[in-house]
Design a protein around this ligand. Structure first.
Ligand code: 13P
Ligand code: SF4
Length: 305
């Protein structure tokens, strides 16, 4: 089967079996081309609550498929490749969270959306990279325990000096590995380029950036900017997508290490298998976790606007 034939088969099965395909922008181009909606984690959460089809396939990582199931419990939600789990989302156990909360009894707990549903069920609200500042600002509580990414947490804390923060020592293994030396090297190679980075990068990288934002915010900034060259400090799929979208501009990766294997593991053939019932995973969560995590995600959507 060629890529084109696989895409045509997915489009046919979508109609025949009433599937909607949601895709995170880190997915490969062949998947983005057949998706009904593509976006960052916040956009996907909002879209997940609006879809009308009976079946939803989430091309991204497990926590995104779980968020979709929680917001649309009557729909059948699939993760087309069960290996696609975000390592950051799975790095903190519920037990660790409970012990951590005991150390900060008068703090509200904010979970980055890149967490398991079990963790969300024990938190007050969740946030995404594009909504974190807005939501933490809107919260009535002034003391915030932020899990699990201290880099995003630090970025939010810098913007909200009126609030007090405590962080867990987690983070995205890929963004976290970026250093000031990566910034210096790429700035030397591309002196005219603007540096656009994701807030999951360490503070030493964020403070030297020309723009900090979520995946789709980085894409919009690059598309709307008058500049012609950009160094991209997030997963390298974004470099490729931007290069297709803006052929008159140049995009460079901040580092070759900005590669997320879990986000890249899903293929068109996984989607076909999922639609035919031969592969993929149907998302199922217990009622208690669903109820707790739903409260946390719905508060995010209410405060995120
Ligand atoms: P966004 O919400 O910015 O799309 O980020 C998701 C993610 O996993 C970043 O690594
Ligand atoms: Fe998770 Fe990092 Fe991959 Fe994003 S890039 S899905 S945060 S491991």
């Amino acid at each position: 089967m060629t890529v084109r034939e696989a895409q045509d088969e997915i489009l046919r099965l979508k109609k025949e079996k009433d599937f909607c395909i949601l895709a995170h922008v880190y997915q490969s181009r062949d998947i983005l081309e057949i998706a009904d909606y593509k976006g960052d984690s916040y956009g996907l959460s909002v879209q997940a609550s609006k879809t009308e089809n009976k079946n939803v396939i989430m091309c991204g990582v497990r926590f995104m498929a779980e968020t979709c199931k929680i917001l649309s419990p009557d729909k059948t939600v699939f993760l087309p490749n069960p290996v696609a789990g975000c390592p950051m989302a799975e790095q903190m156990s519920v037990q660790t969270l409970r012990e951590f909360k005991k150390k900060y009894p008068d703090y509200a707990t904010v979970a980055y959306v890149n967490t398991t549903s079990e963790l969300k069920a024990e938190c007050d609200v969740c946030v995404t990279s594009s909504s974190a500042v807005k939501i933490c600002k809107a919260m009535p509580e002034n003391k915030i325990l932020f899990i699990p990414d201290p880099n995003l947490g630090n970025y939010v804390a810098e913007k909200l000096p009126e609030k007090e923060f405590a962080f867990y020592d987690g983070g995205c293994p890929r963004h976290k590995s970026m250093t000031d030396s990566d910034v210096q090297k790429s700035r030397q190679l591309h002196p005219k380029a603007l540096l656009l980075v994701h807030p999951e990068c360490p503070p030493e990288v964020v403070k030297n950036a020309d723009f900090v934002g979520s995946t789709t915010e980085i894409m919009s900034y690059a598309k709307n900017s008058g500049a012609k060259e950009f160094i991209i400090g997030t997963e390298n799929s974004i470099v490729e997508h931007l290069q297709y979208d803006c052929p008159d501009k140049e995009f460079y990766p901040l580092s070759v290490n900005l590669f997320c294997p879990e986000m890249r593991v899903t293929t068109l053939m996984d989607i076909i298998g999922c639609m035919n019932g031969t592969s993929g995973e149907k998302i199922e969560l217990n009622d208690e976790v669903m109820t707790g995590a739903k409260r946390c995600i719905e508060r995010m959507i209410a405060l995120g606007g």
